[in-house]
Design a protein. Sequence first.
Length: 451
Amino acid sequence: MLAEQGLARVSTHSPSEILTVSALIRSVRNVLEHCYPLLWVAGEISNFTVAKSGHAYFVLKDEYAQARCVMFRHRHQYLDWQPRDGMQIEAQALVSLYEPRGDFQLNIETMRRAGLGALFEAFLKLRDKLEKEGLFKAETKRTLPSLPRAIGVITSLEAAALGDVLTTLDRRNPSIEVVVFPVQVQGEGAAEKIAVALECAGRLGGCDVMLLVRGGGSIEDLWAFNEEIVARAIRACPIPVVTGIGHETDFTIADFVADRRAPTPTAAAELVSPERAGLLEGISKLTANLALRVRQELERRMLHVDHLARRLVHPGSRLRAQSDLLGQLRLRLGQAASRISSERRWEVVRLLQRAHAGLPNTDKLLATSLQLVARLRAATHGALERAGSVCARRIANLSHLDPAAVLGRGYSVVRDGTGRIVLRGASLAAGDLLDITFAEGGAHARVERPR
């Protein structure tokens, strides 16, 4: 009905009106965008590319048709998963035309995985969640026993995988005990039953390693092994767990959590069971090597015993030899002591002689000291007499220069008011005060008339 209305709108132009290509395309675009509201379209992705601008371009197709699609950057950047070729999706789109090329296209608003895509999306979300919790860390993986005494197998009794595992274990090492825990491995409630079997195996004990196996199938068939309850049961099981689920290309959450993952159930059985022929061959080699080592050690010990036997001496002979040796040592000790005593005695004599030779002659030194004292006294007396004569002469010389002696002969010293000695009468003026010094005492005078 909407399409018919759109065609009616397009046909409103008169037959004589000529349209340009752009006008025609624009008209058709308007009809499409008005006639088809936002709708959901399902199909398969093909030729998916992302331009530098961030816009995503791809083709959405089914068995009979295909349509070009564009998802602009502001829409594409909010997808929490990465679209790839071959994915089945459901896209919410606006029908439109790209005018420059006249191409029919869908403007994608959002899209989601369809069918198996939804299961895969749930698988990725659970995987990311458990990985963040640390359930996949390599350091948490337990080491598998090298020689298990009992192996537990969790699978369905009707599964072909059980027959493959039992055949492989019997072929490789029939002495290993096998305990089967039958469970439902697909369908509703399978995950809960697998978790219960793991909990039961851990509680009962008796097994050294557990095999969780199942044959190949679709993702729906293997979905029980992608459930969170199974993953946590594997991690909680106290016994190491090895998975062999599906084919080599099949990966489940259980494979990531398990301590080891084998590509197939048969490979899982081979991984945990040492081959009996190889063990027997190893035992034979170890036995031969041990016998060789024992023989070599016995020969070494026998040689050592022979060596000790040659060194073995009767205690009496050893005591006599020790006694002779002790007598020799006593004699050598006496000789050494006598020689050392003699050497020390002569050393003392030499030291005394050297000490006596180094002592001073006190009598000679005393006589020399007396002579030196007498000479010192005589030299001192002569030096004093000579110094006295010199002093007397110098005193006599100084007495002639003594101003007091000059004054005693009737002279006097005249000083002016400033204390300077008056040498010339012309330097005086009437009224100047004079200070006159005599041999005894002095007087003050005033100049009345200088000459």
